[in-house]
Design a binder for this molecule. Structure first.
Ligand code: SF4
Length: 350
């Protein structure tokens, strides 16, 4: 029943205006409702007190507000990292992490319930794919992670690196980005957004056409097709040559640098040969700048047998090959769980 109603939190201002107009209400009502949700963070029509009771009832009949509920909130004792487990309207769970950096506060959000991509080192992969998140469910993760913090401590950067493959939920992710950056709404510049993909080549090409100022971050994790095939099934469909060609095209079309994520796994991908191979592959694709790789010591996930490799040593090897590399600072060590682990634990304990 709820599903036949319109998901009002996913609508852009002009779309909401068209819907309100169709109800026979004046245009300014749409602005009021939009402001209530996106500025005042009121997610219940009956609490929008500037609207008449009659109009609140009409809104309730036509729309629903699809705001995720915070089911668990784990705050780190060693730094300001907070991990959220959200419960969605259909009972599904997703995760979000709020991280405090010197330059601002970043939310790492999920884009799907589960994931189809099956990366071997990922806690989400064994649970499979359930469904795509709506734009409201993505935005709601940010609004939830803002709640309880003063204005100056609100989220200032967003990374789409949580559960799910963002480019596999392309249309909803694009609508979410429009909502996130629209002036009447959250007004967050896409320059402060990074979208991470495991390498869905046709969608990388499509994204390049959108000309958005966001940062594209590609999860590479291996420098040869043989290794990458074994770690990431997506590579069998879109092998490295094709993927890197699409990354080069992305840079040429948007002028935005592409960054690479690399989970360092002991004995698997942290050898001098791997560093050489990475240099050989990445440098010709980006002749205008030194490619940048973010190294992440792999998180131990039950059943994989993977151990974190020596990221600092591998960084030195990459520098020798002409690649800039940084080792990602680990935040919230005491609440650390591999991405998707909290959801996995919750599902398995139910
Ligand atoms: S690492 Fe990302 S793309 Fe790969 S299975 Fe996990 S959520 Fe999906």
């Amino acid at each position: 029943m709820e599903q036949q109603k319109i998901d009002i939190l996913s609508l852009l201002p002009e779309q909401l205006e068209a819907e309100i107009k169709a109800m026979g209400a004046p245009k300014f009502r749409a602005k009021q409702i939009f402001r209530q949700m996106h500025e005042k963070r009121v997610f219940d029509f009956t609490k929008m007190t500037e609207l008449s009771k009659q109009f609140q009832c009409e809104l309730n009949e036509r729309f629903y507000i699809n705001m995720p509920n915070i089911e668990k909130r784990l705050a780190s004792d060693v730094d300001d990292t907070v991990k959220y487990l959200y419960r969605l309207s259909d009972g599904s769970c997703i995760e979000t992490v709020r991280m405090v950096y010197r330059h601002g506060i970043t939310a790492c959000i999920s884009t799907q319930v589960g994931c189809k991509m099956g990366c071997r080192f990922c806690a989400s992969a064994p649970l499979g794919f359930v469904r795509n998140l709506t734009p409201a469910e993505m935005l709601g993760q940010i609004y939830g992670a803002d709640a309880g913090f003063p204005e100056e401590e609100r989220i200032s950067g967003v990374v789409l690196m949580g559960i799910g493959e963002p480019l596999d939920n392309y249309d909803n992710v694009m609508q979410f980005l429009r909502l996130l950056s629209c002036k009447e709404g959250r007004n967050l510049s896409l320059r402060h957004v990074a979208l991470s993909t495991c390498g869905v080549v046709p969608q990388i090409r499509r994204l390049a056409e959108e000309q958005l100022p966001l940062t594209l971050s590609v999860s590479l994790h291996a420098a040869t097709d043989e290794k990458r095939d074994a770690l990431m099934p997506v590579n069998r469909r879109y092998p490295l040559d094709e993927l890197l060609e699409a990354c080069g095209e992305y840079f040429r079309k948007t002028g935005r640098r592409v960054t690479f994520e690399y989970a360092v796994i002991a004995g698997e991908n942290d050898t001098p040969e791997a560093a050489k191979e990475l240099g050989k592959r990445l440098k010709p694709v980006f002749p205008n700048y030194r490619p940048h790789v973010n190294l992440i010591p792999v998180n131990p996930v039950a059943g994989t047998g993977f151990r974190a490799g020596r990221a600092a040593a591998f960084r030195k090897l990459l520098e020798q090959e002409g690649i800039n590399a940084t080792v990602r600072r680990t935040l919230g060590d005491d609440i650390k769980a591999a991405c998707g682990q909290l959801r996995r634990d919750t599902i398995e304990s139910n």
